[in-house]
Structure formats: structure tokens, C-alpha cells
Design a protein around this ligand. Sequence first.
Ligand SMILES: *Cc1c(COP(=O)(O)O)cnc(C)c1O
Length: 392
Amino acid sequence: MPDAGLDARLAPRLAQLRARDRYRTRRVIDGGHGIHAVVDGRRLVNFCSNDYLGLATHPQVRAAAQAALSDGCGSTASPLLGGHNRHHRALEDALAEATGYPRALLFTSGWAANMGVLRALLGRDDLLIADELNHASLIDGGRLSGARYRRVAHGDLAGFAAALDAADRQVQRMVVTDSVFSMDGDLAPLSELRVLTRRAGADLMVDDAHGFGVLGTRGGGIVEHLGEAVRPEVYVATLGKSLGSAGAFVAGSETLIEYLIQRARSWVFSTAPPPALSAAALAALRIVQGDPERRAHLHALIARFRAGTAGAGLELMPSTTPIQPLLIGADADALAVSAKLMDAGYWVAAIRPPTVPEGTSRLRITLSAAHTEAEVDGLVAALAGAYSACAA
Ligand SMILES: *Cc1c(COP(=O)(O)O)cnc(C)c1O
């Protein structure tokens, strides 16, 4: 072993994580990552996936990927050096149309998009104002940009207003927020944030990873859902959640996208996504837009789940989205309820710090259009049983 010293330093830290119920492990899926999956050899109904519309294993999505794969696998280079393919271009055009922006630019992941955009748009002299529950990639991207970072309490409009007021108008200020908060499921107060940023002459950047595909009559995301008045200058969404593929995109003006092509380092210096993933995402987008029944079923399941849990005396966090968390509190309790659910055939992950604040460990239950009413009812019953067993 080249460096026994490193292992000697890391091992006690691992032991400490284990002792505090903070140790994390992976489960192995055999076959497709659908809502019905074989997990460590057991067939489970998945209630912790982000496959909100059941498209990850959809036959048309798989067929589109397979057809594109027959031409080859990797894109072999960054988009500027020969990695850009007609499948990428077609997807960018369709995503711009779907979100109502002049242009869109594909990134390999949401993580890469947020890093690249924030570092390209902000620098040492600028001010970033962010909700404290923003996704980790927005936090790290903000830090990497070198801008001053002002963290505002979750959804605290007075806090956002104060941060904007306190800043010099000569300073470039950008408010950055998730649209749907990934571990809470609630929506950012975007209508109000848009008014505040307009009044202050500040920019607005929104990460719609959990809204795109799910919100809006055609699945166009948070802007379609709340209305044109909230449209941010910088819009980011991912392709790995409701679209069931992988990657992400930034949408905005012609000028913004051209600027990112020159300056977003995580885009310029990274191999373009495999074309087959873009072909899959485009097929998924066509289903998102052409099959509103899927979204209607999802939203009906959300209502059914909330009514069912209320009837069983379980209090979910306030959320109208497919993310329906049940706050538990202690890490060990959250793990215990999750384990009981798994024994009953339901996969619901326990989310612990540092993903969520201390003392707020929870079950992050996510619903999908691929679930049936019977499965949702079954989860409610299993949840009621597992929860009361742990509370006792
Ligand atoms: C998942 C997620 C990301 C990261 O996207 P990846 O494509 O998985 O890297 C970024 N922002 C939010 C809000 C997310 O939920």
C-alpha cells in the first residue's frame, strides 16, 4: 500500500460516522431503474426515485437510446472539439422551445451546469444571495465563483429583500434558488422573488431540477406553472429526474448561452454527453409534452397519498409536488422506519444530515406516475404500521 497514513487518518472518521448512524451504503439494482425494481435481489416498489413520470424504463425512451447507440457510444470530445452531435442539437432546440427560452445548452449533469454557470457569471466583486436549502451544487458553485455569499433563511422574503437592499446597486447581485426544494418538496416564493429582484435590478437564477416535466400543463416546469411573470434570466433543469435520462441544461437568452459557450469551464473542458442519452431525453420530452394523462395521474396520486396519510394520523411536510417527506427527527428512527418499510416491500430512503439539517432526519417519499393507486394505499398502510412501531 502506498500510503498507510491516509487510511489510518480516514478509518476513525468512518468509525465515527457508523457510531452516529451517519454511515451510507449503496444498494444494487438488477435491471432497469424503474419504479418496480430488483434491489439487492428483492423486488420492491420504489418510493424514493426521481423518476416522477416513469420514463426511465419507458419502451419509447429505451428504443430511442438503442437506435442512437447503433451509431456509437461516446461523443469522444468536448462540444467545441467535435463532441457536438445532431442528437444534442435537436434536444437543445426542443428544450428551449419547451421552456420558452431562445436557447438552451446541454451539460453532462446538473452538478456541472450549476458549477459552470455560477463560476462563469459571478466573480469576486459580485454578490450571490441564496436560500439556505439550495441544492449542494448551487452552494458549491457559488463558493467556486468567488462571489460574496449571502445565505438567507428558507423562503424568507424579508431576508431576501434585506440582502438586496443592503447591497450597493453598482455590485452585480444574483438571487439563486431551487424552484422545488429537493428534500422538502415545497416551492420557492418565485413570484415575490421575481418582483424583488426586478425592483433591485438584480438577476434571478432558478434550478428547476424537480419541477421540469412535472409542473405546468405541458410539463414545461416552474415558469409554465406560476406564469410568465416569474421567468428568470438563468434557468437550469436536469434530464436525470422526470426525463429518466441523464444530464442537464441551462436555458436563457441568446447572449447568455453564447457567453456560457465561451466561459463555462465545466462545459468547455468536459466531454459532451453520449448522443444516445440526448436521443433518450428527447423521446422522453415528447412523452412529457404529448401525454398529459401521466402528469394528471401523478398529481391524483399525490392528493391520494396526502389524504391517506392524514387519515392514518401521519403528518407530512407541506408539499404539493411528488416529493412528500415525512419528518422523523432522529437518524436511528428514520433508519428503523425505512428498514421496516423495506421488509414490507417498499423502498423509501431515510435522509439524514448533512443532506438535511440536524435533527430533521426524514423519509423522503417520492411518487411517480408509474405507481398505482393500490401501491400508494399499500405504502400508507405500511407507513402507519412502521411509524407507530418506532414511535412506541
Ligand atoms: C439532482 C439535482 C442537481 C444535480 O443534477 P445531476 O444531473 O444529478 O448532477 C442539481 N440541482 C438540484 C436541485 C437537484 O435536485
